[in-house]
Write a protein that binds this ligand. Sequence first.
Ligand code: AMP
Ligand code: ZN
Length: 114
Amino acid sequence: MSDCIFCKIVNKEVPTNFIYEDEEIVAFNDINPQAPIHILVIPKKHISSLVELNKNDENLIGRIFGVINEIAKKEKIDKSGFRVIMNCGEDAGQEVKHLHFHILAGKKLGTKII
Ligand code: AMP
Ligand code: ZN
């Protein structure tokens, strides 16, 4: 999608340091971190949100969680813990309409979900 900031990051139109990259998935630091470690993991393919997923994407979503596991070990937060957040739609405050998973870590996170 030409006007999507995350597609521009994937296409390297917006230079971004990738923490992880493979043929389907990239991860990079959030520009406005909400915790000492705040990483975004996204599919390269433009999927606007969770509700746009279809059956063919199930393997990709499983792979994203595998990548999150790998990143957690690489960033050494696998033992201390971390939170994964995915916002979907307006009430959740989804700002970027390209599916993404936040990894938050590096401090004691609040115990409340909202
Ligand atoms: P959400 O509210 O779940 O849509 O989160 C979107 C996230 O994308 C926010 O945490 C933003 O700080 C982050 N973000 C927006 N633009 C960029 C960018 N160019 N590089 C890195 N992170 C970004
Ligand atoms: Zn996109």
